[in-house]
Design a binder for this molecule. Structure first.
Ligand SMILES: *Cc1c(COP(=O)(O)O)cnc(C)c1O
Length: 454
């Protein structure tokens, strides 16, 4: 290796370390000045090479200004975890290794690490050892991958090979979702030719749980998508009852557990996901509550062969070792980065108890946020079951103004949402970094700002 490689990597290391150290104190969302600095990245297309060190310096100095401090402790927008230092370090190592994770012949390590990660994940969740799994970009693609397996399986039972014959003329598949279904499930269904509007939508209770009595009698091949962790309220559909009542050979039950599935790791909280292990497939994000770097989603499928049928291609040019798990037989992609490395590192470093501690701490923070905000006489719109809190500061207009002012203040960042027709601020606590003090400071800021707005 020439010296310049080490010098560049050292520089990236120094800049990245400084960035992480700055997160505690910088404003969470970039202000106008910082956003202006970012625009320095836009210069005329270079015709000639530039000095890599100069380019890295520019990226670090100006690019970092436009970032959102999601890796810091007071980002409560959407549902976004941080990354633990060791998983970030593992991400760098995996980047340096530059592995193509498609086959064991392109990377024995990447293929092997995925296998271990898959085994550990199934054990953490209490799912059958024989499940198939795929490491994909996020829960959107994990949902897509699981639903492709569902489509393949349900149609093959009717004598239809969807991979070879396509969907035109195929037997119909009915899809049942909740009214609160995550939009990415609809996207997955649309990409699969199952349609985002050709659905039966089931009403929910006031916390967003599917009302099981409203599910009509099922006819023919059916996919039911349930949620473990609603993106607004954090609630869990009554998965246990739904599975017991509707499970049959013609019915495939998919669980969208993008963040909520992680409660299964906690002895205290796993009762919320009772019966989930009886489902046919599960989608989950590692980049949310497991706190690994982007992008990292996982598809888990009980019927491994259904997943393989949906995803494998056979050709003589992809030579791999017979009898070994080939990652590309389970994923939409062929070439991929070795994202199993960070998942392996997260589980290896935290252990079951470390993961449970993060989940439980985030949920305790959410309870505290709801308590303090309601003591300040603001209305909590959801039952706080896990890490999500919906708060109204009064009228829709006032709530919108408070959200905007909180975002501009920079102490913390929360987004807005609509819940059952009302505007709400959503506080999502999913980062390993958030301490009691961060919660106190953030809640002080929220209440102060809301009081000022009157
Ligand atoms: C975040 C989320 C998704 C989508 O996940 P991505 O990783 O953004 O693709 C799907 N479902 C739920 C419930 C989520 O919270």
């Amino acid at each position: 290796m020439d010296k310049s490689t080490r010098k560049l990597l050292q520089k990236a290391f120094d800049n990245a370390s400084e960035y992480r150290e700055s997160l505690d104190n910088r404003c969470v969302f970039p202000d106008a000045k910082m956003l202006k600095e970012m625009t320095k990245l836009d210069f005329p297309l270079p015709e000639k090479p530039n000095d890599p060190e100069m380019i890295l310096e520019l990226l670090s100095k100006s690019g970092s200004q436009g970032t959102v401090a999601v890796a810091g402790p007071r980002y409560f927008g959407f549902v976004i975890g941080g990354s633990t230092p060791v998983t970030l370090a593992a991400n760098w190592l995996a980047g340096a290794w530059d592995q193509n994770c498609g086959m064991d012949t392109t990377s024995p390590m990447a293929a092997f690490v995925e296998e271990i990660s898959l085994k550990w994940l199934l054990e953490l969740y209490g799912f059958p050892k024989a499940c198939g799994g795929a490491f994909v970009t996020g829960a959107t693609m994990a949902g897509f991958t699981c639903l492709a397996a569902a489509r393949s399986h349900l149609l093959s039972r009717k004598g239809w090979d969807v991979e070879k014959q396509g969907l035109f003329g195929a037997p119909l598949i009915n899809v049942t979702v909740s009214e609160e279904v995550h939009i990415t499930i609809l996207k997955a269904l649309s990409m699969l030719g199952l349609g985002s509007e050709r659905l039966t939508k089931i009403p929910t209770d006031k916390n967003g749980r599917m009302l099981i009595d409203k599910i009509p009698k099922l006819k023919g091949p059916t996919i039911i998508c349930v949620q473990a962790g609603d993106v607004n309220t954090g609630c869990f559909d009554p998965v246990d009852e739904i599975i017991d009542k509707f499970k049959s050979d013609d019915v495939w039950i998919h669980v969208d557990g993008a963040f909520g599935l992680w409660v299964l790791v906690s002895k205290k909280l796993k009762h919320l996901g009772k019966g989930i292990e009886k489902a046919d497939s599960w989608s989950v994000d590692a980049h949310k509550w497991l706190n690994v770097p982007y992008d990292s989603g996982i598809a888990l499928v009980r019927n491994k062969e259904a997943l393989r049928s949906a995803m494998s291609i056979s050709t003589s040019y992809l030579k791999s070792t017979p009898g070994k798990r080939q990652p590309n037989e389970f994923t939409p992609e062929l070439s991929r980065r070795a994202r199993g490395v960070e998942i392996w590192t997260a589980i290896a470093s935290l252990g079951r108890e470390g993961i449970a501690e993060i989940i439980e701490r985030c949920c305790a923070h959410a309870k505290k946020a709801a308590k303090r905000l309601s003591e300040a006489e603001y209305k909590i719109l959801n039952d706080v079951v896990i890490n999500q809190v919906l708060v109204s500061f009064g009228s829709d207009e006032k709530t919108e103004n408070v959200i905007k002012a909180i975002q501009e203040d920079g102490t913390c960042w929360c987004g807005g949402t609509k819940w059952k027709g009302h505007t709400a601020m959503r506080i999502s606590i999913s980062s390993w970094t958030t301490t009691d003090e961060d919660m106190d400071n953030s809640l002080d800021a929220m209440i102060r700002i809301a009081k000022n707005i009157g």
